[in-house]
Each structure stands twice: as structure tokens, then as C-alpha cells.
Design a protein around this ligand. Sequence first.
Ligand code: PDD
Length: 286
Amino acid sequence: MTRTVYVNGQYLPEGEAKVSVFDRGFLMADGVYEVVSVLDGRLMDFAGHMARLTRSLEALQITNPLADEQYLEAHRQLVERNAITDGMVYLQVTRGNPGDRDFAFPPADTVPTVVMFTQSKPGLADAPAAKTGWKIVSVEDLRWGRRDIKTVQLLYPSMAKMEAKARGVDDAWLVEDGKVTEGTSNNAYIVKDGVIVTRALSHEILHGITRAAVLRLAAEAQMRVEERSFTIAEAQQADEAFVTSASAFVMPVVEIDGEPVGEGRVGEVATRMREIYLEESRKTAI
Ligand code: PDD
């Protein structure tokens, strides 16, 4: 089946979908994105992703070309046209095509580019890795200083992921000034004596939509949460570790830089939070 993708209001076979070579997203990584998970054909945490898209666009002074209802309609169309049961919808909005290359932003009336496509991942919620956990390594965080804006400049996270693969593990945690910021494409947590610890929100990390849901659900389940930074040494001595993202949900981490976390097995808190998160967000999926 040929995938149908969305480009600027049109639904096209992927081979016919085109964006200009002058698009600012292509030339300058001048664009933002969102990834919404689909389970049972329904969209998870959709309102949160739309709220963050709005914030990212405002931070870059890109006028949001569509209303949330239009994004919702396009997400639903793509899920239906591509018969997605489980998977993701990727959405990217760039500053558009000014017709030439210039460091200065083009006039404000330049029409933003909107691209959306689906990724089918049957059994997404039953990833075998959730039972065995991820092994990770730490690398220095060399990204820019506004990681709260979900921009498409993903070269460094991509390089960090490749370093992790080269070292035979699943992902990397990024470290700045001796403290973990986040994973290459997820937020990072440790658990010690029943307390869930994760870095506080700032410009240094992406404000994960899954993070917000997990922290809310943890509080509702009477679990203690501390929003503060931690080191790799502290993480290695923790009882558990895990990451969260729209595509991995809650994923246990069992080894950091070759050292087992706790007993080196998937922990109870991570397992429970994954169950609670999946159950609750399936309920609110639209
Ligand atoms: N990544 N931190 C970073 C750097 C991320 O790229 C992501 C998401 C997260 C988690 O955010 P959320 O819970 O809203 O998905 C944290 C997406 C999934 C991606 O790039 O594919």
C-alpha cells in the first residue's frame, strides 16, 4: 500500500509529495515538529501536543497556519487513509519557502509549510524492550540552548544515537555540567527509595507531553516526585531508571555506562507507571 502523506492541505501518494529546495526547514532547520502516538486507531495526548506546537511556533515567531481542529482532522484522515492501528503521526511546520536563501527571516506573510505522515508500528504498546529494559551510555550534551522548542535540528541527538548503537546499547543520556539533561529523544528519570526524580522544566530540556502525563499520574497514585537534576553516578546507584516519550511511552533503563541500575532488571515503578500511563492515555485518546 502506498502511504498517503499530507503537504500543505493536500493528501498525496508519498512519491508525489514535494517541498521546495528553498524551504527554510531544509536549508536552516527552521521548523518545529510533533510526534503523536496512535493506539487502536486513536490519537494519544493530542491536546498536549497541539499546545506544545503552538508554544514552539510562537517562540520562533512562525504564524501557526492551521487551527487545532484542522490538525486534528488531518491526523484522523491520515490514520484512516493509511489504515494505522498502532503507530505514529509525524507533523512538521516550517517557516516555508521564501524563494531564496537568506539568514534573515523572510516577510511574516511567507506561508509556512505543513507536512504530515504516518508510521505504522503494529504492537507499539507491547514493545519487547519494555520487558527487558534499555541499556544506555552517557554523552556530553552539545545541543543548542533552547531545547524546550521542539525544532527539527536533530543532528546532535542523531549522532548521540549512533554513538549508542556503535557502543552496543539502545540510547544515550545527554549530560551537561555533570547533570543529565534528557535522552536523545526522551525525558530521563531515576527512582530511589520510591521517589521518582526527573530534571525540572527549563530551556535545557524538551517539555515532554508524556512527562507531564506521567508526573500527574504518579502524583494521583500518591507516589513521590522530585523535579531536580541528577548525575550519572546517582543514576547508577538508583533503584530504577526509565525514560518517557510519545513513541516509547515509559521505557525502563537497566544499565548506564556498563553499570547495572539497581539489580539490572526492569523495576516495579517503571512497570507500574507504564501500565498506568498506557491505561489512562488510551482512555483519553481521541
Ligand atoms: N521525541 N526529549 C526530547 C529531546 C525529545 O525529542 C522527546 C520526544 C522527548 C519526549 O517528549 P514527548 O513525551 O512529548 O514525546 C523528550 C519524539 C518522540 C521524537 O523526536 O520522535
